[in-house]
Design a protein around this ligand. Structure first.
Ligand SMILES: Nc1nc2c(ncn2[C@@H]2O[C@H](COP(=O)(O)OP(=O)(O)OP(=O)(O)O)[C@@H](O)[C@H]2O)c(=O)[nH]1
Length: 362
């Protein structure tokens, strides 16, 4: 079950379509201004020799009411360097997808990409530096019932190690809030411009990133150079998303202390033993995500590996904003009834949340 909510207005854009019956993965690339997103994008396109990648650039922030769609394939042999580029323009009513009907945007891109059938099998969507990734992730996290050709692979956030601390502490123009949200929503954080920082500065930035988002994979780079297998095909929203990884990651990270008292977003982890009663758990999730009365606490992301009563396989809980779903994994828990949950948000009361989840265990 995925539920939707009201959106913030964000310049955005979108999506894709497929070539064959297989779904086309969509990786969203975000990062605060000048962090190295474009550098990473170019690096991926240069280094990639296997995938036929379609790139969607969001140029809304530059004042255009048109979204610029640039498709690049890397396996086409029509030119000397084995790459061919196509350019198409997609006009969005209102100039901003999340201001109009989301489905219209997704469909428009699917139709557009239909024209380029057989030219790509992977999508990279680069957002503007000031984009809140939450509505963009929600847009691509589609219910199976919609039979979309697209599947959300994950969100990569590029951080500028040199300016990271400054961005994080900058209360002007929502810089801090956006920077933190981009980190909070990430499945992979690329901490870039490592060449410009001392070891001490680097450790500060890393500890802030880790305290905001316990579950993200974090990599350090210079000029956004990274092994592509670490950032693409993450399957961050699939039921083959490795539960073992999440369990280990949480175990390692629980001791991290929050470095700044004025942190707006952070992760909390909950570990409990036993089997959840599904109905009680479902009601709790609804209450936590949809309780409009609770104006203080905000949950932007939730991930959990859970054991349910009468179910032998682990259940994966995923939530993005107010949307959530339970996915049955292929992994049997063999009566090791250990549950791990990570909740990322603001003003989270850890003791209260532990108590609420504990009550759902039979
Ligand atoms: N020293 C150094 N410079 C870098 C590194 N990565 C990128 N740059 C430079 O930083 C500047 C910004 O990089 P971009 O890739 O354009 O950053 P961006 O995130 O796409 O920027 P916006 O689109 O404005 O949000 C460019 O001049 C890059 O050459 C790095 O690791 N070290």
């Amino acid at each position: 079950m995925k539920n939707d909510d009201n959106d913030d207005c964000i310049p955005t854009l979108v999506d894709v379509t497929t070539v064959s019956s297989a779904k086309v993965p969509v990786t969203i690339l975000t990062g605060y201004l000048g962090a190295g997103k474009t550098t990473l994008l170019n690096y991926i396109l240069t280094e990639n020799h296997q995938k036929r990648i379609a790139v969607i650039l969001n140029e809304f922030a530059q004042g255009s009411a048109m979204e610029h769609l640039l498709l690049t394939t890397t396996k086409n042999e029509n030119d000397g360097n084995g790459r061919q580029q196509y350019q198409d323009w997609l006009e969005l009513r209102n100039g901003c997808l999340c201001c109009s009907v989301k489905d219209v945007g997704v469909q428009a891109i699917e139709q557009l990409l239909e024209k380029r059938r057989n030219h790509f099998d992977y999508i990279l969507l680069e957002t503007t530096g000031v984009a809140d990734p939450l509505p963009i992730v929600k847009m691509f996290w589609l219910d199976d019932e919609l039979h979309s050709d697209l599947i959300l692979d994950g969100l990569i956030t590029v951080i500028d190690a040199h300016n990271g601390l400054k961005n994080y502490e900058d209360d002007r123009h929502q810089a801090k809030a956006l920077w933190s949200r981009q980190v909070a929503m990430a499945d992979v954080v690329v901490v870039n411009k490592i060449d410009l920082v001392s070891e001490e500065e680097k450790m500060k930035v890393l500890s802030i990133v880790q305290s905001i988002n316990v579950t993200a994979q974090i990599y350090e780079t210079t000029r956004s150079r990274i092994d592509l297998s670490l950032i693409l095909d993450r399957h961050a929203y699939s039921n083959d998303s490795p539960t073992d990884y999440l369990l280990k990651k949480i175990e390692k990270q629980t001791s991290i202390s929050i470095p700044h008292g004025h942190q707006t977003l952070n992760s909390i982890t909950i570990e409990l033993n036993g089997e959840f009663d599904f109905n009680a758990l479902d009601q709790l999730i609804i209450q936590l995500l949809w309780n409009e009365q609770n104006t203080i606490q905000e949950i932007v992301r939730m991930k959990g590996v859970l054991c349910l009563r009468n179910e032998s396989n682990y259940k994966l809980l995923q939530a993005v904003g107010q949307m959530y779903e339970f996915i049955t994994t292929n992994e049997n828990h063999h009566d090791n009834l250990r549950n791990c949950l990570v909740i990322i948000g603001s003003n989270l009361n850890q003791d209260f949340l532990i108590d609420q989840f504990q009550k759902c265990i039979t």
